[in-house]
Design a binder for this molecule. Structure first.
Ligand SMILES: C[S@@+](CC[C@H](N)C(=O)[O-])C[C@H]1O[C@@H](n2cnc3c(N)ncnc32)[C@H](O)[C@@H]1O
Length: 230
């Protein structure tokens, strides 16, 4: 773990603790929808021949591998704070992606070296969202694109109540049943509720210097994809 502040240390320790069950819990808790959300993010990313992509908060690599499969291989770098998540990514590697331990809020790359930067379910965990977004913007070449996939709460009040009930009450039970950390899956709904709504995230992306900022809601607003151009 290379993140310097206490928040990063806690986040890395939590993801290190759940790394061994992370993929299974994702599939089960989202009923497999997480894979289709990542596919949509990859389609928006549109990585062209010879282009380099950075996937921040890459975890066990699902989004990184999907990006690599869609574009020319060897051009995706996966970065994460949690070394055990990266170790799992390495063990699962289906394509030759680069793996880097580091913080999204202090990216160890020069300005303008990537054509695309993605983040899958990661920015919600940043200590400083504005800083993370401006780092993503900094490493993009002019005309490059950021694609931020994140969990959210549905805008419809009834669906929101149902979804939050599911996340707060059932996800910790499912996590316990499948041998993962109950605390981490209590943190999950808390972090989703605490995260800014899609309009606020779009405003934060504009503040970070992105142009043509837009978002789309997925599955009744349970997830959101934000896009911005450098
Ligand atoms: C919910 S997981 C998502 C993993 C993967 N992107 C996916 O699609 O499944 C969030 C990941 O973001 C990482 N993360 C959180 N904050 C980070 C930061 N500031 N810098 C780098 N990685 C971070 C965590 O360690 C964790 O592996």
């Amino acid at each position: 773990m290379t993140g310097s502040n206490e928040h990063d240390r806690r986040i890395a320790a939590m993801f290190d603790r759940i790394a061994h069950r992370y993929d299974l819990l994702n599939r089960v808790l989202s009923f497999g929808l997480d894979m289709s959300w990542r596919r949509r993010a990859v389609a928006i990313a549109t990585l062209g021949p010879g282009e380099r992509a950075l996937d921040v908060g890459a975890g066990t690599g699902d989004l990184s591998f999907a990006l690599a499969a869609a574009g020319p291989s060897g051009r995706v770098v996966a970065l994460d704070l949690a070394v055990k998540m990266l170790v799992r990514a390495r063990a699962r590697a289906r394509s030759p992606i680069g793996l880097v331990a580091g913080s999204a809020e202090a990216l160890p790359f020069s300005d303008g070296v990537f054509s695309c930067v993605t983040a899958g379910f990661a920015v919600r965990n940043f200590a400083d969202l504005a800083r993370g977004l401006s780092e993503m913007r900094r490493v993009l070449r002019p005309g490059g694109r950021a694609v931020v996939l994140e969990l959210a709460v549905p805008p419809n009040a009834a669906l929101r109540a149902l979804h939050l009930f599911y996340l707060r009450r059932l996800s910790p039970l499912v996590a316990a049943a499948l041998g993962s950390s109950v605390d981490a899956y209590r943190y999950l709904p808390a972090s989703i509720e605490a995260f800014p709504d899609p309009d606020q995230v779009a405003a934060a992306m504009r503040d970070a210097g992105f142009a043509d900022v837009r978002y789309e809601r997925l599955t009744f607003g349970v997830a959101t994809i934000h896009v911005g151009e450098a």
